[in-house]
Structure formats: C-alpha cells, structure tokens
Design a protein around this ligand. Structure first.
Ligand SMILES: [Zn+2]
Length: 487
C-alpha cells in the first residue's frame, strides 16, 4: 500500500518522501534520519557536515554556467510530531509511517504523515540528487527538533553557511510566500507573600471564569478574545477595594502559548458583605459580556460559597499583585506597518498561580521586530518593579521582519506569475518559525518560506495535496534557474 506514493509525480520528490516515511523520526529522536541524510550526501561525494546541534548541512556546486549566482540555501526540518489515533497501534520510534492515497491527497493510516516537513526535506534531497536541474551554488540545511523547541535552529553556528538566500520549505499553503515571523520572549514574574490567618466571621467564595475560546497566543491574539486572568483580576480588584475582600488563592490559565480560557479565585470577605460580592460579580459579568459579545458568546462567570480557608495572602502583597496584573499589558501592542493585518508585537498574560507563599505570573511576548519585543520587556520590567515583584526573562528568540523589497521575493513573485498566471499571496505569521533563528545567526540572509498544501499538520488527519506538491516542485525548479547573479 505505502509504496504506491512512489508512483506519484514528480517521481524524485515522492521517492525521497517515501524513504523518509520509512524512517522513524519524532522530535529529539531524529538520529536515523540524520544518518540517512548524511549517508545521502557522502554517497554523492557532496560536502556533508553534521554540526554540534545535530543538524545536517550539505553543499553542492553550481551547474556549468551558473557559478556566478548567489548561494542558495534550501532548508527543512527532519523531525515530525508523533500523533496517532487512540485505537492505532504504532511506535513512532520504530515503525514506518503507512501512507494512503486518498483522492487528491496523501495521508497516513491513523498517524501523523510527516509531510510537515518531509516534503520540504524530500524536495531539498531531490535537488541535491538531480543531475539535470540548472542551479547556482547550493547549500542545504536539515534541522532537528523544530517541533519541540527548535534546538537545531537555536544551535546553528555562525560561519558554517555561505548562503545569500534561504528558501525554507516548511509552509503549508501552495501559492503563498511567507516573508516574516515573530520572535518570542518569556517573562517570569513572582511575588513572595505571607500566609496570614483569615479573620473570624469571614465568608469564602470561589469565583470562576470559563467558556472563553482561548487559542494560540500568537496566531489568535489578533482576534481580541477574552483573557480569563485579566477578567478575573478586574473582579478581584473591585472585591478587594470596595468590599474589603481578600485573596486566598488564584489559579488561572495554563500553557504560556495559550490564551487563558479559564481562571478561578478563592476570595474571603467579611460577614454581611456576601450579597454585595454576588451582585458585583453579576454586574461585572454583564459588563464583560457587553465588551466581548462578538467574540466570546459563551463567557460564563460563576460564584459559589465554600468553607472558609484558614489563610489568605497578606494584604500588602495582595494589593501589589492586583496592581501588577491590572496594569500588565496584554493582547496586540502594535500592528505591522509593512503588511496589512499582521500583528507586529503582542503579549499574552498566560498564567497566574498562588501557593506556598509565592504568586507566579507567566507571560509570552512576541514580535517580528526584536527591538519592539525588547521595548515591551522593558515596559514589563518597569511595571513589575513599581509593583514590587521580581521579574526575569528567558527563552528569547529572534523574529523575522517582513522586507517587502526583498530581492528573492521579487524573483519568486515573477517566476510564480509566469508559471501559473497569478501573483502568489505574500504573508507573514505572528508565531515562531525557524527562519527567525536562522536569520538571527545569518542576518544578511534574504529569506522566503513556502511549500505545498498541507492540512491538519500535527494530527493523525495530516494530509498533503498531491497536485500542490507538483506545483511546489516546478516552482522550486524554476526559482533555482532564476537566482540572481552575485554582484
Ligand atoms: Zn514543520
């Protein structure tokens, strides 16, 4: 069954893709794939390097008459996301992926297919293998671990590559050219607090925010969805300031890269003010629903009485924590001036948790402009210093700022237009791509990301559109011929 994909056209790219499906290669366990690509290069007497990070680099000289062209780097990642249906027996570290031709698509049988990024890798191998294509000097970079930390791209060393232009082949819509992505930075904020006894005669309530849509903190931030932590702290601020409530415990949000959908607080309040709190929560729920009616129709806020806990956060720290979160920036900070509709800079107030004398807040900031990301970090640092918190930053990676005057962009627009009679869509993404990191190590690289049409990547429904693979390949081959002369 699986071998049928070798009969598809263009034969060379499908042959290499078939080979890749036979090699187990989940993220961080790409060893066999690294060996395969290394052997591929060595068997063809091409300069082949495995770098310290585990990436494979292969260099191929220009074909006759093309020696004066700019050096072109073809790039893809070797690893795949190992996802399978619950009823499927499959060991991603041992078993080959079974492929199925399903109408216009190729998919796997109950697992991820690995067309993300197996088709991109296969295309680079096909170009390196061919002896009938016309191209200038080539380099190929096969990275590891794109899907679970980008450690390959992070570890890419300076001075190994000579490329002037890079084609990343890890995009998922044929007919689109990507020219930018966001970098990121994590903010880690903490407050130490005293657990003080709850005064006698206090009542306790759990207030819960739920029903929000959440979503990806980069791709979905432009939608203006509700942030459960921000909404919760508007209630908390009112309750503490106006009704003398105090915070016993907060648990809001989850993953740093997810817009928080749910959040809850345990509040205590002097006896006799219970009804005021309940009516304040109901009133604020109406206000939030009014603000978010178009994007969050299922927003729900519940308040429930519970047994009073024995301790609460000391009032002084509680006041500083509330001020910090209320003032903390969240959502879109700036839209791009070079590309309409693209978020340039954003931040997600992802989680707030208290316990054992410490309140921790996690945010993820993104920007395609590194200095803007750093300015936002400076804003956060000033704010949380004023609010008496500790703040540090980690996990920085660079963005890729769209350059609408890019030479390779002009070349590929024209090539695509000549081939298919239309201008490809030019796009950028407000999330991380390897291009940001690679461009960080090689700042002069002129980069484009493109690829065939892939649907439902990272899931057992992943599939690649057969005809789009051919269009992608023809486009790549034609682009090779048109790489500009190096001045
Ligand atoms: Zn990918």
């Amino acid at each position: 069954m699986s071998k049928q994909i070798k009969d598809l056209n263009p034969a060379l790219i499908w042959k290499f893709f078939y080979d890749l499906t036979q090699i187990p290669r989940p993220s961080k366990k790409e060893g066999e794939a690294v060996e395969y690509v290394k052997k591929f290069g060595e068997d063809r007497n091409l300069e082949t390097i495995v770098d310290k990070a585990g990436n494979v680099i292969i260099k191929k000289p220009a074909t006759p008459g093309m020696e004066n062209r700019k050096v072109l780097l073809l790039q893809g990642h070797l690893d795949i996301v190992p996802q399978k249906n619950s009823d499927k027996v499959h060991d991603f570290e041992k078993d080959p992926v079974e492929t199925v031709i399903d109408g216009e698509w190729v998919r796997a049988n109950g697992t991820t297919l690995g067309a993300d990024n197996g088709i991109g890798v296969a295309a680079a191998l096909a170009v390196l293998d061919s002896d009938d294509l016309v191209h200038g000097p080539l380099e190929a970079l096969f990275t590891i671990d794109e899907e679970s930390g980008m450690t390959g791209a992070f570890g890419l060393e300076k001075g190994v590559l000579n490329a002037d232009i890079m084609l990343n082949m890890d995009s998922e819509d044929e007919g689109e050219l990507y020219v930018g992505c966001a970098g990121g930075l994590d903010a880690n904020i903490s407050y130490s607090y005293q657990e003080v006894p709850v005064p006698a005669g206090y009542s306790a309530f759990i207030i819960k925010i739920s029903g929000l849509k959440g979503g990806h903190s980069g791709l979905d931030i432009v939608l203006g969805r509700g942030n459960a932590n921000k909404l919760l702290f508007r209630i908390i601020k009112h309750a503490v300031k106006e009704l003398d409530a105090a915070i016993s415990h907060v648990d809001g949000g989850g993953l740093r890269n997810a817009i928080p959908r749910e959040s809850e607080a345990h509040l205590v309040i002097p006896g006799g003010r219970e009804d005021d709190l309940i009516s304040a929560v109901n009133r604020l729920e109406r206000i939030f629903k009014n603000e978010l009616f178009a994007v969050e129709p299922d927003l729900n806020i519940s308040i429930e009485k519970r047994n009073a806990p024995t301790s609460m956060i000391d009032p002084e720290t509680s006041r500083r924590l509330i001020n910090g979160i209320i003032a903390c920036p969240n959502g879109v900070m700036r839209m791009s001036n070079s590309m309409q509709g693209l978020v340039e800079t954003s931040t997600n107030l992802a989680s707030v948790n208290t316990g054992k004398g410490e309140a921790t807040i996690k945010c993820l900031m993104r920007s395609s402009v590194d200095s803007s990301r750093d300015e936002l970090a400076g804003m956060m640092e000033s704010l949380f210093s004023l609010a008496g918190a500790d703040i540090n930053f980690s996990g920085a990676y660079p963005g890729w700022k769209p350059d609408m005057d890019s030479e390779i962009l002009q070349v590929m627009r024209n090539v695509y237009n000549e081939l298919y009679g239309k201008i490809p869509e030019i796009k950028a993404i407000h999330a991380g791509l390897e291009c940001g990191l690679i461009g960080g190590a090689y700042p002069k690289l002129d980069m484009i990301s493109f690829g065939p049409t892939i649907r439902y990547p990272h899931s057992p429904d992943e599939k690649v559109h057969i005809e789009s693979v051919e269009k992608f390949w023809v486009f790549l081959v034609e682009t090779l011929k048109n790489i500009p002369v190096k001045q």
